[in-house]
Design a protein around this ligand. Structure first.
Ligand SMILES: NC(=O)c1ccc[n+]([C@@H]2O[C@H](COP(=O)([O-])OP(=O)(O)OC[C@H]3O[C@@H](n4cnc5c(N)ncnc54)[C@H](OP(=O)(O)O)[C@@H]3O)[C@@H](O)[C@H]2O)c1
Length: 249
């Protein structure tokens, strides 16, 4: 197993992509601190699946629109099993709105959950990783979005917030090394958002160079890859989008 005796904190781990990340890390031997916001029942079901893989799991609720709650989550996660080796910032708000109509509340929601919470959590977790033994760095993995790199006009504030999360990744790659490696994954279409029609989702397959859509398991495999090494990968952004042509959104 690639991650035996590791402890991973996964935000937004109750269901959808976060659940796949939790299960993939657990299958590779990691104990899991599973964070959720509102999805308590799904969190319990995913925790049961982790236990079925013979791994330990702690379930922690926190509203990541709050800076202090994010910091408290970090402290509770460290308390759960004595340390955190891997932090995956997957929880995300997905606020719709174009440039002209996005409100201050939309902007705050996007930046609170997608930038400030990962920042506050990284402060706490990285602080606990500062004295790791040489050659055994901790790992932070931030899940960004194509909107970080190319304009998605329907999700203006969301894209800007993910661009800031990518910038945070690159900042921490120099700020926290060599004790911590910080990387990002930039997914294309992985799992249909609830409010998107199936027809619109499937159309993304037709315009993708690979004539395919990604999957939560694809993303989870990338998380395992970045968590397990090679240790020289730091400050990278792994594209998981089938080579998507951004001019054809
Ligand atoms: N799905 C895709 O195709 C796709 C594409 C590109 C990028 N991504 C990125 O991949 C990651 C996972 O994607 P996803 O589709 O699974 O995301 P999602 O369903 O939109 O959200 C993931 C989780 O974020 C948590 N969350 C949101 N606001 C919160 C808050 N205020 N406090 C605490 N938790 C909060 C929710 O947890 P609760 O339900 O427990 O409240 C939710 O389950 C996200 O970072 C997303 O931006 C996904």
């Amino acid at each position: 197993m690639k991650l035996a005796n590791r402890v991973a904190l996964v935000t937004g781990g109750a269901h959808r992509v976060g659940r796949a990340i939790c299960l993939a890390l657990a299958a590779e031997g990691a104990d899991i601190v599973l964070h959720y916001g509102a999805s308590a029942d799904a969190a319990r079901r995913t925790a049961d699946e982790i236990v079925a893989l013979s791994r330990r799991v702690a379930v922690v609720q926190a509203d990541l629109s709050s800076w202090s709650a994010a910091r408290e989550l970090g402290a509770r996660a460290i308390d759960a099993f004595g340390r955190v080796d891997i932090l995956v910032n997957s929880a995300s708000s997905f606020v719709r709105g174009r440039f002209a109509t996005a409100s201050e509340a939309d902007f705050d929601q996007a930046f609170d959950v997608n930038v400030k919470a990962p920042y506050a959590l990284c402060q706490v977790i990285a602080g606990s990783m500062a004295n790791r033994p040489a050659g055994d760095p901790g790992a932070i993995i931030n899940i960004v979005d194509e909107g970080a790199l190319s304009p998605n006009r329907e999700f203006a504030a969301h894209g800007l917030s993910k661009a800031a999360l990518l910038a945070l990744t690159r900042l921490l790659a120099v700020e926290l090394a060599p004790a911590v490696r910080t990387n990002a994954i930039c997914p294309g279409p992985i799992l249909k958002p609830d409010r998107m029609s199936e027809a619109r989702w499937q159309a993304l397959r037709e315009t993708n160079p690979m004539q395919a859509l990604g999957s939560p398991d694809d993303l989870a495999a990338c998380v395992v890859f970045l968590a397990a090494g090679p240790a020289f990968i730091n400050g990278d952004c792994l594209m998981l989008d089938g080579g998507r042509d951004w001019t054809r959104r």
